[in-house]
Design a protein around this ligand. Structure first.
Ligand code: PGA
Length: 265
């Protein structure tokens, strides 16, 4: 599919804090992040910034972002496929929406690996997110073994296809390509590898949701992203941002990733 030049996709840098930072630490972090980016004259309309704190932090982050009118988005790291009821320990999309969360990460490889989440469950969660007006950040990615057996794109494309089964045109999604072998390993994919899979994912989006939706959808790369490699990924035409884990917990490093457009490369 030909990609129109002058793409209108706003680059997106998202910090996945995983199980780190309690609510007090997250308030301090978000406040300092906002100051640091403001001091650096970061243009939030040119690169969107979002953080994904643990559930117990979200109310505090909402209060801070709301009262100080910070231009930082936030979301949950997961949600239940159900809206309410006897599901001990689960969090409804309705609760995230009530906290003004804009996004929710769905199908992160750590959920798939440690909680046995299937592609079908991911699809049900994507539908739940849309029922509550949240934008799902759908994570897909191959393991080292998948890579050896099937090449780089087959598994992520098939995961995405299933995840999109209930999505109808007009519903926004963000896709995060996160090769499992690159997460937390310090060994990021090359920007060429990320581009190759991102292009295959965009072609899948086009097939399922149409060319226009595919063109408008942001595809992130995730896996050992840091300030030293971010600009290379964002130079690729189908990579529109990053889902950052470890480096999103280091204030200066994360602020520098957000400001990748200023990097001299
Ligand atoms: P990492 O994690 O940046 O620490 O590799 C990425 C992720 O899991 O989203």
């Amino acid at each position: 599919m030909a990609v129109a030049s002058g793409s209108a996709r706003t680059p997106f840098i998202a910090g996945n804090w995983k199980m780190n930072l309690d609510h007090l630490q997250s308030i301090a972090f978000v406040q300092k992040l906002a100051w640091t980016l403001k001091d650096a004259h970061h243009d939030f309309s040119s690169v969107e910034v979002a953080v994904f704190p643990p559930f117990t932090d979200l109310r505090s982050v909402q209060t801070l972002v709301g009262s100080d009118e910070l231009p930082i988005a936030y979301g949950g790291q997961d949600l239940s496929a159900h809206d309410s009821g006897a599901y001990t320990g689960e969090i409804s999309g309705a609760f995230l929406a009530a906290l003004d969360a804009r996004y929710v990460i769905i199908g992160h490889s750590e959920r798939r690996q440690y909680h046995g989440e299937s592609d079908e469950q991911v699809a049900a969660k994507v539908a739940a997110a849309h029922r509550h007006g949240l934008v799902p950040v759908i994570c897909v990615g191959e393991t080292a073994e998948d890579l050896e057996r099937h090449g780089p794109s087959a598994v992520p494309v098939s995961q995405l296809r299933t995840a999109l089964e209930g999505v109808v045109r007009g519903q926004e999604v963000v896709v995060a390509y996160e090769p499992v072998w690159a997460i937390g390993s310090g060994q990021a994919a090359t920007s060429e590898q990320a581009q190759q899979v991102a292009a295959a994912l965009r072609a899948t989006l086009a097939e399922v949701l149409g060319a226009e939706a595919a063109e408008a959808t942001r595809i992130l790369y995730g896996g050992s992203v840091k300030a030293a490699n971010i600009a290379g990924f964002l130079r690729e035409k189908d990579v529109d941002g990053a889902l950052v884990g470890g480096a999103s917990l280091q204030l200066e490093e994360f602020a520098s990733i957000v400001r990748y457009q200023k990097h001299v490369i």
